[in-house]
Design a protein around this ligand. Sequence first.
Ligand code: PGA
Length: 247
Amino acid sequence: MPASNPQIKLVVADTLSAAKAVAQIIADQVKVKPNAVLGLPTGSTPIPVYEELVKMYQAGLIDFEQVRTFNLDEYVGLKPDHPESYAAFMAKHLFSKINIPTCQTHLLDGLTPNPESECKAYEDRLVKEGGMDLLFLGIGENGHLGFNEPFSQVGEGTRMVMLTVETRLANSRFFSAIDQVPTHALTMGLRTILSSKSIVLLAIGKKKAKAIKMCLEGEIKDEWPCSVLKGHEDVLVVCDGDAASGM
Ligand code: PGA
């Protein structure tokens, strides 16, 4: 593996411009292919991107009628109407505010009695829809992509995973206490992520600096799941100055 991958492009901008740049990339994808398949994340980072997309939709600059979406992950054990489920997050921040038909928005079912068949069916649905044209990613402080925690393998597909204590701690800010944060999740695998035709990753804040460095520099390492992006030929990383400060 080369010391760094010249194919990963990096853009550094202020926080709002970074979010706007990612929203524009999504809008451009939908303009080129009105029925694009988008992979979408949750978390704090994508919120300003979704706000920007809603503004563009309201201004008539983007039409989601034919767009299809697949979310990266979902907590195990939360009902879709639980306020911290990713189904509820997507409804609140994006889907209820744009004209995408619900049947075209795909999320993993965190309440499934059979995670293995749920994950297989999700992968099958993604293949049937033609695969992702553009996957929008956030990144964890520990370098996770979706819920692919450190030591996830590049050959893994969508599956049930156990969350690390770090991730549960980081996400406990959304719950009343850490013991309320689910211990498991369903997530697209690194193989699924790398199957997207193109990828845009947004990182904001100093806490992401080490993960961004590991994403862009050095070799692919199991401890840093984000480093697998070096093996993809169409990745754009968009950061604010703080997230880029480790390089
Ligand atoms: P954040 O989460 O956007 O809330 O920082 C990103 C992630 O954990 O992937």
